[in-house]
Design a protein around this ligand. Structure first.
Ligand SMILES: Nc1nc2c(ncn2[C@@H]2O[C@H](COP(=O)(O)OP(=O)(O)OP(=O)(O)O)[C@@H](O)[C@H]2O)c(=O)[nH]1
Ligand SMILES: [Mg+2]
Ligand SMILES: [Zn+2]
Length: 355
């Protein structure tokens, strides 16, 4: 049990475990997900793992399958050289997005993360609207966001402070840190945030320096990084898989490939939390059903007019709200179709058996 605790297991999971499954199987954590297999650990070695037939064929939705960071019921075989996964524990947090492209489906990014580092580089990636998108995703999952502004070595101190203040203006409750992997400014403060037994993840566009930060934290170059110019000419990300890495101090961290698209599926809570002042303002509109577009006595329009609420921020909120509603509807429709399709196949098989 101490081995499991050292990789983040706690009473939270123990109390929510399935009695039958926990009596029948061991416990492990998912380190990484591959095409048809997984890597898991129970605190010792990392082991190749596959899903049991029941889990593979009996799961209705992809989001019920294991993702990086998940706790799973698993049995180890052949001197712990491989494992079979029988089920997934309830998740404390689940980071997900809409799959890239037209298809409306959920892509799981990581489970059971305590703190997400959202990174933007100060030289060419700083963008408040994109930051709001990341904040919505992280807040929706119930994960604590920390904003990291990288490559501060490339800017004058005053400019760095101005950028930090812009972030604080839209996320006053959030910890914001500018840092540099090159001159190591603030690296120790970031390392100071990492607590044993907690799990962290690095999020942000390709090239902002996520993997370089992970290497800086570890103290030597373990993972591949690549100059931004080279990355763009190759048109691909340097980091291509998500992997749970154990740090010397007992914290765990997942580096992720840069995400080009960050579509959201049903993120109402995340929106309310990220744009809490907009929600608060709307309570002051004269009409309860105010659409905040042209009504008299609209508190939101008045705040924009007075310069208390940024117009682009409000537009971004509206855009994400619409997108979330639209995607949620398409997703539910897709699920319904999938279910009907499943029923059709089942009844066809039944008829075949009878005849
Ligand atoms: N000037 C400066 N360059 C940095 C800093 N951190 C990282 N870089 C450089 O930025 C480039 C990209 O860094 P990576 O760590 O590979 O970026 P990444 O976010 O992991 O990118 P993906 O894996 O594609 O998502 C590399 O050439 C790094 O050397 C920094 O603090 N200052
Ligand atoms: Mg990387
Ligand atoms: Zn209004």
């Amino acid at each position: 049990m101490n081995e499991l605790k050292s990789i983040g297991y706690s009473d939270w999971f123990q109390h929510r475990a399935d009695d039958e499954k926990i009596a029948a199987h061991g416990i492990a954590r998912v380190v990484s997900v591959h095409k048809d297999s997984y890597t898991v650990t129970n605190g010792g070695e990392e082991v190749f793992a596959e899903l049991s037939g029941n889990l593979l064929y009996g799961t209705e939705s992809a989001s019920d399958l294991p993702t990086t960071g998940d706790w799973v019921y698993a049995d180890f075989f052949d001197d712990d050289s491989h494992a079979i996964i029988y089920g997934v524990f309830p998740r404390k947090t689940l980071l997900k997005r809409k799959t890239a492209g037209k298809l409306v489906d959920v892509q799981l990014i990581a489970a059971n993360i305590d703190v997400a580092f959202i990174m933007q580089s100060l030289n060419d990636n700083f963008n408040l609207r994109r930051l709001e998108r990341y904040l919505v995703m992280v807040n929706e999952s119930g994960i604590e966001p920390v904003v990291l502004l990288s490559k501060c070595d490339l800017l004058a101190e005053d400019d760095v402070n101005a950028f930090s203040n812009q972030v604080l203006a839209i996320a006053p409750q959030t910890r914001v840190m500018a840092f540099s992997n090159v001159n190591r400014e603030n690296l120790d403060s970031i390392i100071g945030l990492l607590e044993a037994g907690n799990s962290y993840c690095l999020l942000g566009s390709s090239g902002v320096g996520k993997t370089t930060l992970l290497n800086s934290i570890i103290g030597h170059e373990v993972f591949e990084t690549r100059p931004v110019s080279h990355m763009q000419s190759k048109g691909r990300h340097t980091t291509t898989t998500r992997q749970l890495v154990r740090l010397k101090n007992g914290a765990m961290i997942i580096d992720t490939p840069g995400m080009r698209e960050l579509g959201s599926l049903s993120v109402d809570d995340g929106l309310d939390e990220t744009f809490s002042e907009i929600l608060a303002l709307s309570q002051n509109c004269r009409f309860a059903d105010c659409s905040h577009s042209n009504e008299k006595g609209c508190a939101i329009l008045a705040a924009i007019e007075a310069g208390d609420l940024s117009g682009p921020r409000y537009q971004n909120y509206l855009k994400m709200k619409k997108e979330s509603e639209f995607n949620q509807m398409s997703y539910l429709e897709k699920r319904k179709k999938d279910k009907n399709f499943g029923k059709m196949i089942k009844s066809t098989l039944k008829h075949k058996k009878k005849s």
